[in-house]
Design a protein around this ligand. Structure first.
Ligand SMILES: [Zn+2]
Length: 319
């Protein structure tokens, strides 16, 4: 009995060492996933990574991609990511420094990918004129603002760009997890099929909203509006952190009084009193648009749910 148990004990010890090594490996892979800066990018990534690796989002709900202060835990998350997906330095300026420390194969700046770069929309030129003669404080801070650049960087609101982003993420994951090619292929195909179906659904939801005038709080929706042929009259501000100037507000108020708009849209993160005061006694409805899909759970179909939710937000105010 004793000689057997000696042998068995040896096996047990070896087994214990092997399993502790194994679980340590598992722990480290579990913490290194696909990490996306913004929730909608995590939605796209989750569609491709489903069943292959976990997808996490960096920014918490309610945080603005326009102005975020990274916490030490965020920096850790970035460092441990197998792949970090973001728009690029013209959008999430606060990420530029930590991302630059990552190896090239661990970071994916979507706006810099050739297939997406070709689809970038120019930033609204109207703002160039309006703040060339507003007060200096607004003028200066607008120029410091990250996405007051050549292009509109709210690329996650474009269904076309989302399909290309899915493709780019797929190609990166294929390099990282070559043995998962079959699963990744299926995920990419499913994503594109779902996008096509969802597109038809959204066209129907938005049909009654076509050609109805409205104002949005900030200039984020250009890609979505162009794709679905919506008719925005303008926006309050290009940077949600900066209050619109008096001239801009007057301009919007005039158009509301003249019944050119049916709706003004705030955002869950930004419900400034200026919107309410501008809309007061004009009979114009107030709605909310959520450009970040806050509250939506990250899963393989989340991106389609996000776009559907956004189209319903337009429709419920404009119909
Ligand atoms: Zn924005």
């Amino acid at each position: 009995m004793t000689h057997i148990s000696k042998n068995n004990a040896r096996k047990l010890v070896l087994g214990a060492i092997a399993s502790s090594v194994l679980s340590a490996t598992m722990v480290s892979t579990a913490s290194a996933d696909v990490v996306a800066s913004l929730r909608p990018l995590a939605f796209i990534a989750a569609g491709i990574a489903d069943g292959v690796t976990e997808t996490q989002v960096l920014l918490p709900d309610g945080a603005s991609p326009h102005d975020y202060a990274l916490k030490p835990s965020d920096l850790k998350k970035i460092k441990q990511a197998d792949l970090f997906v973001w728009v690029g330095p013209e959008m999430e300026m606060f990420l530029q420094k930590p991302i630059n420390t990552l190896a090239q194969n661990k970071r994916l700046a979507l706006a810099e990918q050739p297939n997406i770069k070709a689809l970038l929309m120019a930033e609204n030129q109207e703002d160039e004129d309006s703040h060339s003669h507003t007060d200096e404080a607004n003028h200066d801070s607008d120029h410091e603002h990250h996405h007051h650049g050549e292009y509109n960087m709210h690329i996650w609101l474009s269904p076309e760009i989302a399909n290309f982003a899915a493709q780019d993420i797929y190609e990166r994951l294929l390099v990282l997890y070559p043995d998962q090619k079959e699963k990744l292929d299926v995920n990419l195909r499913k994503f594109k099929e779902n996008m096509t179906q969802n597109d038809e659904k959204i066209v129907n939801i938005l049909e009654p909203a076509k050609n109805k005038g409205y104002f949005v709080f900030h200039d984020a929706y250009g890609y979505f509006e162009k794709h679905y042929q919506l008719a925005p009259l303008g926006h309050f501000t290009i940077n949600p952190e900066i209050q619109p100037g008096a001239q801009k507000l007057h301009q919007i108020r005039t158009q509301l009084v003249e019944h050119k708009a049916k709706c003004v849209f705030a955002e869950p993160q930004f419900r400034p009193a200026v919107i309410e005061s501008v809309a007061r006694n004009t009979g114009v409805k107030m709605g909310t648009l959520d450009p970040l899909g806050s509250g939506l759970v990250i899963g393989p179909d989340s991106y389609m749910q996000f776009l559907t939710q956004l189209s319903e937000q337009y429709a419920s105010c404009l119909n």
